[in-house]
Design a protein around this ligand. Structure first.
Ligand SMILES: [Zn+2]
Length: 388
C-alpha cells in the first residue's frame, strides 16, 4: 500500500507530528491531488491551540483527532475517480476547501456556501460527517477532494501564488456581492493585511477607479498605494477607543471624523459606493463604524473581517440613508475559476506577493513564528514535497 507523510495534530495545543499514513483512494466522484504548496493563514495557530473549540462547549466545529489541517492546497491531480471525465491526472489545480452536503435545499439550488453543513476541509466547520469524509488538509503529500472543488490553474500561476487563493477568493466573493466594478469607488478598511491587500489587487482587476484604504502602519500603506498610485489612496488611522461614534458620522469631539471627510473629498462629496471591512481580530467595533459612515447614500458594505464586538448600528440611520451591510464567508469554485482566469490573463497581478516557502518538517516553527511585519505582502506557504 502506498504511503505518504502528513502533519497531524493529535491534541489541541500540542505540536503537529509528521506521520506516515496510507495514501487515500479517491471515491468515484473524487480526485487524488499531490500537494505542491499549501497556504498557511495566521489564524491556523489560533485554531490548533483550540481557541475556537473552547468557544463551542461540545467542540462540534473542530475536526476529529488526529486531524490534518491545511486550508489552501495547490498541486497536481494524481488519480481520478471512475465517474470523473473532465479532469485528468497531471492537471494543475487549486483545491477549494469549501465543502457542502451536496443534497440539501441550498446545495440543490446551487448555493453551496449557504449549506447548513458548510465546512472548510482542512480547517473546521459545521459538519462532523463532512470532516470525516474529507479528513485530508493540505499539510499532507496527498489529499482527496470532490472534482467539483477543483480550480484549474493556468501555467503562469505558480503553486505558491495559487496557495493564496483563499484570501483572494474571500475578498472577491465579498466584493462581487456589493457590486465592485468599473467606475466604482471602494473603501478597504484594513488594506495592508492579507485580506485587504488582496482586495486592493482585485479591485484594480475589477475596474474600480477610486480605491481608498485604511491601516495603522504608514510604511505598509505606502507600499499598497505604490501598486497603482493614480487609483489607490491610503490614510493611516490610529487605534480608536472602543466606543460608539455618533450616528451622524461625526467625530468623537463633535467635529467631523477626518476619515469620513477624507473619503467624501475623494468622491466629490458623495462618499464611497462600497466598503469592505478586512479588520483583524481584536479591532474595535468603532473602527468598523467609522468606515461604514464613509458610504454614500445607497452605499453597500460587506464584512469579511474579524471584529468581534457588537456593532452600535443605528437602524434608523441605515434606513434613511439606504445603507446595505452584509457578511460574506469564503467563495465558490466558480469564483475561484474567475480569479485563475484573471491571473492567467494578467489582469490580476499577484507579483507583489513575497512567497515564504517552508518544508512540511518546519510546520510547527512556521505556525509559531508568523511575523506580520510585512502585512499582507508575505505569503506563508508549506511545501510538503520532499519529506521522507
Ligand atoms: Zn447542503
Amino acid at each position: 500500500m502506498p504511503t505518504m507523510i502528513a502533519a497531524r495534530l493529535h491534541a489541541y495545543g500540542a505540536p503537529m507530528t509528521l506521520d506516515r499514513i496510507a495514501v487515500p483512494e479517491p471515491r468515484p466522484t473524487d480526485v487524488l491531488v499531490e500537494v505542491k504548496a499549501c497556504g498557511v493563514v495566521p489564524n491556523l495557530a489560533r485554531v490548533v491551540s483550540n481557541f475556537f473549540g473552547s468557544l463551542t462547549p461540545d467542540n462540534k466545529m473542530m475536526p476529529p483527532l488526529p486531524a490534518i489541517f491545511g486550508l489552501d492546497p495547490a498541486g497536481v491531480v494524481a488519480k481520478v475517480g471512475e465517474q470523473i471525465w473532465s479532469v485528468r491526472p497531471g492537471d494543475r489545480v487549486y483545491v477549494n476547501p469549501a465543502r457542502s452536503c451536496g443534497s440539501c435545499k441550498m446545495c440543490r439550488s446551487g448555493q453551496p456556501l449557504d449549506c447548513p453543513s458548510f465546512t472548510l476541509q482542512g480547517y473546521f466547520g459545521r459538519s462532523q460527517d463532512i470532516m470525516r469524509a474529507y479528513p485530508y488538509g493540505g499539510l499532507a503529500q496527498f489529499i482527496t477532494a470532490p472534482a467539483t472543488a477543483l480550480v484549474k490553474l493556468p501555467d503562469s500561476l505558480s503553486f505558491e501564488a495559487a496557495a493564496r487563493l483563499g484570501y483572494f477568493g474571500t475578498a472577491y466573493s465579498a466584493m462581487r456581492k456589493i457590486g465592485v466594478g468599473p467606475g466604482q469607488s471602494l473603501l478597504i478598511n484594513g488594506i495592508s493585511g492579507q485580506l485587504g491587500l488582496n482586495a486592493a489587487q482585485l479591485a484594480l482587476a475589477m475596474g474600480a477607479t477610486t480605491i481608498l484604504g485604511t491601516g495603522r502602519n504608514a510604511a505598509l500603506l505606502d507600499r499598497v498605494k505604490a501598486l497603482a498610485p493614480e487609483r489607490i489612496d491610503v490614510l493611516a488611522v490610529p487605534n480608536v477607543p472602543s466606543q460608539s461614534p455618533p450616528a451622524s458620522g461625526g467625530g468623537q469631539g463633535g467635529g467631523p471624523d477626518p476619515l469620513v471627510v477624507w473619503a467624501k473629498t475623494a468622491t466629490d462629496g458623495y462618499g464611497v459606493d462600497g466598503m469592505i471591512d478586512c479588520l483583524p481580530p481584536g479591532a474595535p467595533a468603532s473602527a468598523m463604524m467609522r468606515a461604514l459612515f464613509c458610504l454614500r447614500r445607497g452605499g453597500r458594505a460587506v464584512n469579511v473581517g474579524a471584529v468581534l464586538e457588537p456593532l452600535p448600528v443605528n437602524a434608523f440611520w441605515m434606513m434613511t440613508n439606504r445603507i446595505g451591510l452584509q457578511g460574506s464567508v469564503w467563495f465558490t469554485t466558480a469564483e475561484g475559476e474567475d480569479m485563475a482566469a484573471m491571473a492567467g490573463a494578467g489582469t490580476l497581478d499577484m507579483s507583489v506577493l513575497e512567497h515564504r516557502v517552508s518544508p512540511l518538517s518546519e510546520v510547527n516553527e512556521v505556525l509559531a513564528g508568523m511575523d506580520e511585519r510585512n502585512g499582507g505582502f508575505t505569503n506563508f506557504v508549506i511545501d510538503p514535497t520532499g519529506v521522507a
